[in-house]
Design a protein around this ligand. Structure first.
Ligand code: GRF
Length: 202
């Protein structure tokens, strides 16, 4: 039985592509059943459509209140009956309706080693701080900003001549591998949460 993944995106969608590629192998244990976005014109949508995968878009500016946007996003995801929802470069914080529906099975990928450098500019902030290792974190989303329980992390070196773009590219290589490996383990092995600790296995 293949687990059903809904992936949320805002941009290039290279993490989505990595998931699509992983799902091409039946033994991976999952398939992407829908891709959602918060804006028009995401390159990620071309990747989804190339794979014949349905897409949906909800732009916050089209709603009178953010809670209405949150409900619309929730209902669109729910319609595809996901086992796991994955924020892969989705640049919006979801609200209470979404977390009530998908809390505990909604994961995000962040391009920094949390709890250091949460927020929109994790790569830039890490570089400015002068860290010697950077990396990425896959975590279960809760109501905080990049604060939920950590599922997996991977570090990468920071080079003296790095700028934000070069460091982010190195992180994204690690991030794609970590995201696909982590999602694969979650769908095949299950997971449980003990306080802040996430363990694979049922
Ligand atoms: C990733 O590094 C993600 O962690 C960050 O934005 C990037 C998205 O990349 N929030 P892509 O759209 O998957 O290529």
């Amino acid at each position: 039985m293949q687990s059903r993944l809904v992936v949320l995106v805002s941009g290039a969608g290279t993490n989505l592509q990595a998931l699509l590629d992983a799902c091409g192998d039946e033994s991976y244990g999952a398939r992407v059943v829908a891709v959602g976005a918060d804006r028009d014109g995401c390159v990620a949508f071309d990747r989804a459509r190339g794979g014949g995968i349905p897409t949906f878009t909800h732009r916050i500016k089209d709603f009178s209140e953010r809670t209405h946007w949150d409900r619309a996003l929730t209902e669109s995801c729910r319609a595809f009956q996901p086992d796991l929802v994955i924020s892969a470069g989705f640049m919006k914080l979801v609200g209470p309706a979404f977390l009530a529906a998908f809390g505990g099975r909604f994961i995000n990928s962040h391009p920094a080693l949390l709890p250091s450098f949460p927020g929109m500019h994790g790569v830039r902030d890490a570089l400015q701080y002068g860290v010697k290792v950077a990396g990425c974190t896959i975590f279960l989303v809760d109501a905080g900003v990049d604060e939920g329980p950590v599922i997996a992390q991977q570090c990468v070196p920071v080079r003296d001549d790095d700028d934000e773009a070069s460091l982010h590219e190195r992180i994204k290589v690690a991030e794609r591998a970590l995201l696909t490996a982590t999602v694969g383990r979650m769908v095949r092995e299950g997971w449980s949460v003990h306080g802040r600790k996430v363990r694979f296995g049922r």
